[in-house]
Design a protein around this ligand. Structure first.
Ligand code: C2E
Ligand code: MG
Ligand code: MG
Ligand code: MG
Length: 292
C-alpha cells in the first residue's frame, strides 16, 4: 500500500499529505483519492467501451450492442462501473464522461456491418445539463452514424426529478430519430407510473426478475410487463440471461430480445464483428439442423 499512498499523495499535490492506513481505512479519503484519479482519467481519456450483444430471441442473431464503460486504474486495475459511475455522477464528471461515451460509441458503431444498433447509457445527471441534445447531434454528425442506429438507455431516476423538462428533452431526442429505452425496469419505486410519462421504444426487464424467473409469480410479472410493452408498442428485452433455461422461459413469456452471459459478456470493440459473424453461423447451423 505504501507505493499506492505515495503515488496518490504525489498526484494530489505537494501540499497534501495522506496518512494511508489499512486499519483506519477512512472511507472518505479513499473516495477523495479515487475521485482525483477519476478526474485525471477523464482528462487523459483513460476509458474504454466494451460492447455486449443484444440478441433477437427468434432468430438468435445480434440486433444491437450495448456500450459499457471500462476503467483500468493504473494501480488498482479494473474498477467496476458500479463503483466509478456513481462517483462520476456525484462529482459531475459524468457529463464529460458521458459525452465521450456517446462520441466513442457512435464512432465505433459507424463501422459495424449491416444495420446493427448501438445502445449508450445516459445518466440522469446528463439530463440536468442543457446541452445533451446538441451532444447527441454532434456525436451523430461527427461519426456519420444514422440516428436510427443509436439507442439511449435511461433509468427511472431520469424521470424522478423535473419530469416535464426531461420528458420534453426525450421527445426532442426522439425527433432526431434516436430510440429511447427504459433500463433496469422494475427496480425503481414506481416503475409503472414512468411508462405513462413517455412512450418508450424499449423496456429492459431488470436482471433480478430473470434470475428468479423459475418462480411462477416472477414469471407472471414478466408476462405482465410483456403485455404492457405490447400495448404501448415497446420492444421487451430480458437482461441478464445466463442459462438456456432462462432463455426458454423469457421467450415463453414473450420477450423478443435477450442480453446476458448466455450469449456473451461485454466484448472489446475489436471482437464485435467477429462475434456477429460467429453467432450468424451458429444460427444458420441450428436452422439447418432443425430443417434437416
Ligand atoms: P446496465 O446498463 O443495466 O448494464 C448491464 C450490466 O449487467 C453490465 O454491467 C453488464 O456487464 C451486466 N450483465 C450483462 N449480462 C449479465 C449476466 O448475464 N449476468 C450478470 N451477472 N451480469 C450481466 P457493468 O458493465 O458492470 O455496468 C453496470 C452498470 O453501470 C450499467 O448497468 C450502467 O447502469 C452503468 N454503466 C456502464 N457504462 C455506463 C456508461 O457509459 N454511462 C452510464 N451513465 N452508465 C454506465
Ligand atoms: Mg444499460
Ligand atoms: Mg440494465
Ligand atoms: Mg443495471
Amino acid at each position: 500500500h505504501a507505493d499506492i499512498a505515495l503515488y496518490r499523495a504525489k498526484k494530489a499535490g505537494r501540499n497534501t499529505f495522506f496518512f494511508y492506513d489499512d486499519g483506519m481505512g477512512s472511507e472518505a479519503s479513499e473516495r477523495t483519492l479515487l475521485e482525483l484519479d477519476l478526474r485525471e482519467a477523464v482528462l487523459r481519456s483513460g476509458f474504454l467501451l466494451h460492447y455486449q450483444p443484444i440478441v433477437d430471441a427468434a432468430s438468435r442473431t445480434v440486433s444491437a450492442f450495448e456500450a459499457l464503460m471500462r476503467w483500468t486504474h493504473p494501480l488498482r486495475g479494473a474498477i467496476p462501473p458500479a463503483e466509478f459511475i456513481p462517483l462520476a455522477e456525484e462529482t459531475g464528471l459524468i457529463v464529460a464522461l458521458g459525452t465521450w461515451a456517446l462520441h466513442e460509441a457512435c464512432r465505433e458503431a459507424a463501422s459495424w456491418p449491416g444495420d446493427l444498433r448501438v445502445a449508450v447509457n445516459v445518466s440522469a445527471v446528463q439530463f440536468t445539463q442543457p446541452g445533451l441534445e446538441q451532444v447527441v447531434r454532434d456525436a451523430l454528425s461527427a461519426s456519420g452514424l444514422p440516428a436510427d442506429r443509436l439507442e439511449l438507455e435511461i433509468t427511472e431516476s431520469v424521470l424522478m426529478s423535473d419530469a416535464e423538462s426531461v420528458v420534453a428533452s426525450l421527445h426532442r431526442l426522439r425527433d432526431l430519430g434516436v430510440r429511447i429505452a427504459l433500463d433496469d425496469f422494475g427496480t425503481g419505486y414506481s416503475s409503472l407510473s414512468y411508462l405513462r410519462r413517455f412512450p418508450f421504444d424499449k423496456i429492459k426487464i431488470d436482471r433480478s426478475f430473470i434470475r428468479d424467473i423459475g418462480n411462477e409469480e416472477t414469471a407472471a410479472i414478466v408476462r405482465a410487463i410483456v403485455g404492457l410493452g405490447e400495448r404501448t408498442g415497446a420492444t421487451i428485452t430480458a437482461e441478464g440471461v445466463e442459462t438456456e433455461e432462462q432463455f426458454e422461459s423469457v421467450c415463453r413469456e414473450g420477450c423478443t430480445q435477450v442480453q446476458g452471459y448466455l450469449f456473451s459478456k461485454p466484448l472489446p470493440a475489436s471482437r464485435v464483428t467477429g462475434f456477429v459473424e460467429e453467432l450468424g453461423r451458429r444460427a444458420i447451423e441450428s436452422g439447418m439442423s432443425v430443417a434437416g
